[in-house]
Design a binder for this molecule. Structure first.
Ligand code: PMV
Length: 374
């Protein structure tokens, strides 16, 4: 029986940054101006499926607008139904270009780990997200991480050998996270978990004394962003607040690392609050000011500010960790053991609001590898 190809299914989570990647250095490759730090999520994720058929001499890459098999099979386990991303022509082009990038990278990376690469043939790509498009949950992070892993796995001549190494070898994951970064910067933080720091070219997992965390995302709106994050990365540099922003962010990063190391939720909450306000202030004060906030976002922030600045006097009650991505929705991170109490409290405070709930996760994973035989 000759092998005709391979079908690979993977899942990669989104991540939510407490110190933000906003502003990149000149040149290609998405190198950040400052370090960033995020919590990797779990079920708010992208499923990606790559089918590589080796029976043809071609090397075409096609994006197929259909749900991946695993996203359909696992529909019962998902926080919200898997849906197709709405890709514009330029979105499809980015997927194809990134597939080529990963395919090329395998011939450099694989030999370092004794892996053989077999990257010829046509590639079909299917992806689905488990959260609404443009909902302020970083879909580019999970999408590019999932695509990177799926293409790399599909290029392995010995699929099982790659899969085993992926699970055990952090260096291999780091090499592909650097390739992923070139497609979307924030995606390089979705390969490990739960806490991940990205400085310069690479991201790494942190050891902390934090309790297990849950992210409660208050969905204020889910219409497409008016300003893409790529545009935002450029425009923030025109704000007068950009002056010394890099120093402030890096100093906050150090303080946050120390707070995570101590499991000091109070300091984590204070630092996260200052940081997201600063990122949004950069947006609001750029030469062409823009904002992702909606009336609902401001209402929520006003209500939550008292929790963050004046936490309950009772010694066991710690403040929630509040942050916003480049979108109108508000992320409220709390210890998992307190998540249901916080959820009821938020539902009482903001009646009728939709809340997406997800716990921390451990990064991109391979779900299935199936050899396609004649
Ligand atoms: O990876 P990009 O280029 O989509 O950048 C997104 C950056 C933010 O999500 C706004 C912040 C962050 O660090 O995740």
């Amino acid at each position: 029986m000759s092998q005709l190809g391979v079908r690979v299914s993977v899942k990669a989570p989104s991540n939510i940054a407490l110190i933000k990647y906003m502003g990149k250095r000149d040149g290609d490759g998405n190198l950040p101006e400052n370090g960033s730090l995020s919590l990797t999520l779990d079920s708010l994720c992208t499923f990606a499926e790559v089918v590589r058929s080796q029976h043809s001499s071609g090397s075409d890459v096609t994006w197929v607008p259909e749900l991946p098999l695993e996203a359909r099979r696992r529909s019962d386990e998902l926080v919200s139904p898997a849906r197709l991303p709405e890709l514009s022509d330029s979105g499809v082009f980015k997927v194809i270009r990134h597939t080529e990038r990963v395919r090329e990278a395998t011939s450099k990376i694989f030999p370092k780990y004794g892996l053989k690469c077999s990257k010829n043939g046509n590639f079909e790509i299917r992806t689905a997200n488990t959260f609404p498009a443009a909902s302020g949950i970083a879909s580019s992070a999970s999408s590019f991480a999932a695509l990177t892993l799926a293409v790399a796995q599909a290029c392995a001549e010995e699929p099982l050998q790659f899969r085993t190494l992926w699970e055990r070898n952090m260096e291999l994951r780091r090499d592909f996270s650097e390739i992923s970064r070139q497609g979307s910067g924030s995606s390089c933080r979705s390969f490990e978990g739960p806490w991940v720091c990205w400085e310069g070219a690479s991201a790494r997992a942190l050891t902390t004394r934090m309790p297990e965390m849950t992210d409660l995302v208050l969905l204020v709106a889910s219409h497409p962003k008016r300003v893409s994050s790529s545009e935002a990365h450029g425009w923030v540099k025109t704000s007068p607040l950009w002056n010394e922003r890099v120093e402030r962010a890096n100093s906050r990063l150090k303080q946050l690392q120390a707070a995570l190391d101590e499991g000091d939720l109070q300091s984590v909450s204070t630092l996260a609050w200052s940081e997201f306000w600063e990122m949004h202030s950069l947006f609001h004060t750029s030469q062409n000011p823009f904002s992702y906030w909606e009336a609902g976002s401001i209402q929520i922030l006003q209500a939550l500010s008292s929790w963050v600045s004046h936490p309950s006097q009772s010694s066991s009650e710690k403040p929630p960790v509040v942050t916003m991505d480049a979108g109108p929705n508000v992320h409220v991170l709390v210890p998992t053991v307190e998540a249901s109490r916080w959820r009821s409290r938020l539902e009482d405070l903001f009646p009728g609001i939709e809340i997406l709930e997800d716990r921390q996760g451990s990064g991109a994973e391979i779900l299935e590898v199936e050899k396609l035989n004649s």
